[in-house]
Write a protein that binds this ligand. Structure first.
Ligand SMILES: *Cc1c(COP(=O)(O)O)cnc(C)c1O
Length: 482
């Protein structure tokens, strides 16, 4: 398999998987995409079903990923999958088990990894892939990232103990939940440096950008990222859509639909890729919170990004985005993979006007008709009602993000817009967002055994001013001292 940029030109060189693994954006500002989606036949689906049932999730992950990775020998890739998706790391043999809800709905549990959020599903694999490729190439990597909570902790736990990798994670001082702080700052490892910046998430993000923009520093200190546009993360996520289909259907003639709590469009983009490969998926429902940039697009055809001040701080904070970083990948497919159109839309119109419109075009009609997309949004009170209702009727506590997808999904089922079975993706455990849960059901969720006492452990964090130079100095000192 070879990869190219959504904004490139046909004469650009095609790259291999490990070549794009450690890169962020393509040099032209686009995102890397495989030149095609391998197609799965009914026989392959049956074979994958057998493999998942007999050998488990890791074996399925290998079967899917090897279609996209041809520059890591198969025995090595199989071994990396096995290490990433062990029942020991994810708590169950299925790794991503399902449970049934009424109305033909299901929950897909993606939050049983080390940090209790679905980002572990991809990040754990990424940690092993990074280590493998860095060893092979004799390189080091200093990952510098910014987080408002989930991504940073997931990245730290994935990179922990990996050879040749250090992590410097910027967090907005005093703006994460107590549990999120405990998870990250509780790590005591010389390769992990937590930094609390006097500022908000955007300030952290700006420091990361400033560091990446210093080409000489970036090169000298081998600075890298683990951002949401990394292709390997999407690829790893494709696997659980297939595992979910196997568990709920397993019959190549019987399709399933998904409702996905959406922020940066990474998770649901993986669903789109699975569907494009021929996995029997009917509808993909984009569920947003009050920050409804994407719901607006799927309703109207207008993609209008928001400014920082227009982006609301909600009770499903991991979906508080103003601009969906993976959306360009979907639009690339929507416009028939025409790189010139993508350049025009994202490189020009969006850059200068903050919006573009596909309203009335055949491409926009395709989003629903050909690619199966639907959308909806929810509010704080919907979220509270949903958590309360699922708890009262099913005795299951869902987190606020999962609640957004449950609400939009259930409305679609009840309205007859979507046929069951409908699988709701669970993206975090309730313990991460205890305050909102308490508001909904009157008490705080129980802390899972493996996180017991986490909030009383000593914390390791360096306070820093909102200043890229100071952060660079810290990186220099840490790296040079090793
Ligand atoms: C990151 C995240 C999301 C959004 O996922 P995207 O891939 O950005 O669309 C939803 N819920 C939780 C809990 C998250 O951490």
């Amino acid at each position: 398999m070879r990869y190219y940029s959504t904004r490139g030109t046909d004469s650009d060189e095609l790259r291999t998987f490990t070549d794009i693994l450690l890169r962020g954006l393509a040099p032209d500002g686009g995102l890397y995409m495989p030149v095609e989606y391998p197609q799965v036949s009914a026989e392959m689906l049956s074979e994958w079903t057998r493999i998942f049932r007999e050998e488990g999730y890791a074996a399925l992950a290998f079967e899917v990923m090897r279609l996209y990775i041809d520059d890591i020998p198969e025995p090595d890739l199989r071994y990396l999958c096995k290490k990433a998706y062990s029942p020991h790391v994810f708590g169950t043999k299925e790794v991503a088990p399902v449970s049934a809800l009424p109305d033909g709905m299901w929950l897909l549990h993606l939050s049983n990894g080390p940090t209790a959020a679905f980002k572990d599903m991809a990040m754990q694999m990424l940690g092993h892939l990074f280590e493998y490729v860095l060893r092979r190439e004799g390189r080091w990597l200093n990952i510098v990232g910014a987080t408002s909570g989930d991504t940073g902790s997931s990245a730290e736990y994935a990179m922990l103990g990996k050879d040749r990798i250090r992590v410097f994670m910027l967090t907005p001082a005093g703006r994460m939940t107590a549990f999120q702080r405990a998870q990250m700052y509780g790590l005591d490892d010389p390769a992990i440096t937590n930094i609390a910046v006097e500022g908000v998430f955007d300030d952290c993000q700006d420091i990361v950008k400033a560091i990446s923009a210093d080409a000489q520093f970036k090169e000298q200190y081998s600075i890298g990222a683990v951002n949401s546009i990394n292709w390997a993360r999407l690829l790893a996520q494709v696997v659980y859509y297939i595992a979910a289909w196997i568990q709920v259907s397993g019959d190549p003639r019987r399709k399933v639909s998904f409702s996905v709590p959406t922020g940066n469009f990474g998770d649901i983009c993986a669903g789109h890729i699975a569907r494009s490969m021929g996995v029997p998926i009917d509808r993909l429902i984009v569920a947003t919170n009050e920050n409804d940039v994407l719901d607006e697009f799927f309703r109207t055809g207008v993609y209008r990004v928001r400014s920082g001040t227009e982006t609301l701080a909600t009770s499903s904070p991991s979906m508080d985005i103003s601009k969906a970083s993976n959306f360009e990948r979907f639009v690339f497919d929507l416009v028939g993979r025409d790189q010139m159109t993508v350049r025009q839309l994202f490189g020009q119109e969006l850059a200068s006007n903050g919006e573009f419109s596909l309203a009335g075009t055949p491409a926009f009609a395709d989003a629903r008709m050909r690619y199966g997309f639907l959308s909806g949004s929810s509010t704080h009170s919907d979220r509270i009602d949903s958590i309360e209702s699922v708890y009262r009727h099913e005795d299951i506590i869902i987190d606020p993000h999962t609640a957004d997808a449950w609400k939009v999904g259930r409305d679609a089922i009840r309205g007859g817009v979507v046929e069951p079975p409908l699988i709701v993706l669970e993206t975090a455990l309730p313990v991460k967002f205890a305050e909102t849960i308490e508001e909904a059901i009157g008490f705080r969720p129980e802390i899972p055994e493996r996180f017991a006492g986490i909030e009383s452990q000593p914390q390791h964090v360096i306070d820093m001013p909102n200043d890229a130079q100071a952060v660079k100095q810290l990186i220099r000192q840490t790296v040079d001292a090793d």
